[in-house]
Design a protein around this ligand. Structure first.
Ligand SMILES: Cc1cc2nc3c(=O)[nH]c(=O)nc-3n(C[C@H](O)[C@H](O)[C@H](O)COP(=O)(O)OP(=O)(O)OC[C@H]3O[C@@H](n4cnc5c(N)ncnc54)[C@H](O)[C@@H]3O)c2cc1C
Length: 423
């Protein structure tokens, strides 16, 4: 006898990201009640956050109302509420301002959050890039700095227009590439009186190279693209502390910059550490091959919060949208199998390649067997793979139109600052 309506099993899905959505939607038509919980009332398409931060896309292109995604699913309900605790022994989830919710099955898809690795001042002054709110905050901060420098050009000498981006992995490289496009194309026309050459973009990476996970040909292509964009790359440097207008490196060097974008690391959602289960690097929850938490046969963990090993290759899978979506769907299928009295199946990931965009028309792809792609073809491959991740046909159509329009016109119509505390 389940705790759902009419004694049906209740599946509580925590998180409406790729992982949670994949699981919840896979349960459409299954003889269960599905309850999706998210602290936001929208699903965020994180791969396009840079485009929001750099004014290319509006928020609504990247956030989709969660309720909308379940209109056609009679067995699903959505609650816009924050999870405050999870009691695995009582099989109950505690929520902020709502009665606790009992479950028969739990799918943990709460994602990850930024890891500042103890850099002093970073939590207060750095700009992470993980949520839609992060992207909007960065966008408005940069626009405000350029407007301030327009009013008082002496700010330029103090580094007001400089941005330091930390992290030579996909988040850092993609962020600095997107910022470079904004700076070198639109801002040079918007602010003709400001000395563009003094607006420096610097990418800081602790290791010896950018894109350490990629092959050497991709790395040298990336270096060339960033050089063309005028990005200063500093490898072998660690950010020690961050102040509102200065970034101090471990080597002692101080960079003048009023903006520091943090793209250097992730850790699992803090809920993971409160469960009392085995955790791996980055506090990710170790799961069995069928995506269940060891010794908790009714609990699945999927997406960025989980440490998932591919059933075929035995490799630990990266924190990617496609891994999250596929694992979420697989967990949904395994729940259905259990409800039907069948055995679960070990997860197998269908790898479409590791990829990153460095700017419009510049991207890199590395396939599992080692083949690589660079430039426009890779950009199109990135588009195809990521369009498939968008949750509805309507989202896909909108994304294609927005990108094509932005590509043809180079227009960034989202270049506005909306202050909600004034008229
Ligand atoms: C800037 C950026 C660019 C990226 N680019 C790519 C890319 O090009 N390709 C790619 O494949 N992957 C990319 N990724 C990675 C990809 O987006 C993630 O791997 C994926 O989103 C993980 O999905 P998830 O469902 O596990 O977590 P998330 O998508 O983070 O979803 C977690 C959900 O849980 C909710 N939540 C969290 N805590 C609580 C709480 N306490 N209570 C209630 N709800 C809560 C959040 O609101 C969120 O909706 C990128 C990530 C970032 C940040």
């Amino acid at each position: 006898m389940g705790v759902g309506e009419n004694g049906r099993p209740r599946v509580v899905v925590l998180g409406g990201g790729f992982a949670g959505l994949g699981a919840a939607r896979k349960l459409k038509g299954a003889p269960v009640d599905v309850v999706v919980i998210d602290r936001h009332n929208y699903h965020t398409f994180q791969p396009l956050l840079y485009q929001v931060a750099t004014d290319l896309l509006e928020e609504s292109s990247v956030g989709h109302p969660l309720r909308d995604l379940f209109h056609g699913q009679d067995n699903a309900r959505v609650h816009n509420v924050a999870v405050t605790g999870i009691d695995l022994d009582r099989r109950e989830v505690q929520l902020d301002g709502m009665e606790p919710l009992a479950y028969d099955f739990l799918v943990l898809g709460l994602g990850a959050e930024v890891n500042f690795f103890g850099a002093e001042g970073a939590p207060e002054h750095a700009f992470p890039m993980y949520t839609l709110a992060d992207a909007v905050r960065l966008k408005e901060h940069i626009l405000e700095l350029w407007e301030a420098a327009d009013r008082d050009p002496s700010l330029v000498e103090d580094g007001a227009l400089n941005v330091v981006v930390v992290g030579g992995g996909p988040t850092g490289v993609e962020s600095v590439g997107a910022l470079a496009e904004l700076y070198r194309s639109n801002f040079s026309k918007d602010y003709p009186n400001l000395p563009q050459e003094k607006a420096r973009l610097t990418l800081v990476e602790a290791g010896p190279t950018l894109f350490a996970m990629f092959k050497p040909d991709i790395r040298s292509y990336t270096d060339r693209v960033l050089e063309k964009y005028g990005v200063d790359v500093m490898t072998g440097e660690i950010v020690e502390s961050v102040a509102p207008t200065r970034v101090t490196l471990k080597s002692g060097q101080v960079l003048k910059a009023h903006t520091l974008v943090w793209g250097a690391g992730l850790q699992a959602n803090p809920a993971a550490a409160q469960l009392g289960v085995e955790l791996e690097r980055g506090n990710r929850i170790r799961v069995d091959p069928d995506l269940r938490v060891p010794d908790r046969p009714e609990v699945f963990a999927v997406g960025d919060i989980a440490w998932i090993t591919d059933g075929k290759t035995e490799e630990v899978l990266p924190q990617l949208g496609s891994v999250a979506l596929q694992a979420g769907e697989w967990a949904g299928e395994n729940v259905t199998r259990l409800v039907d009295g069948k055995e679960t199946k070990p997860f197998e990931y269908e790898d479409k390649g590791t990829m990153a965009t460095i700017g419009r028309g510049s991207a890199v792809v590395q396939f599992r067997r080692g083949r690589t792609m660079k430039g426009k073809a890779a950009f199109l491959a990135w588009g195809a793979v990521h369009l498939a991740l968008l949750s509805t046909g309507e989202d896909r159509a909108k994304a294609v139109v927005d990108w094509t329009w932005a590509g043809l016109t180079r227009e960034r119509s989202a270049r506005i600052i909306v202050k909600t505390d004034t008229h």
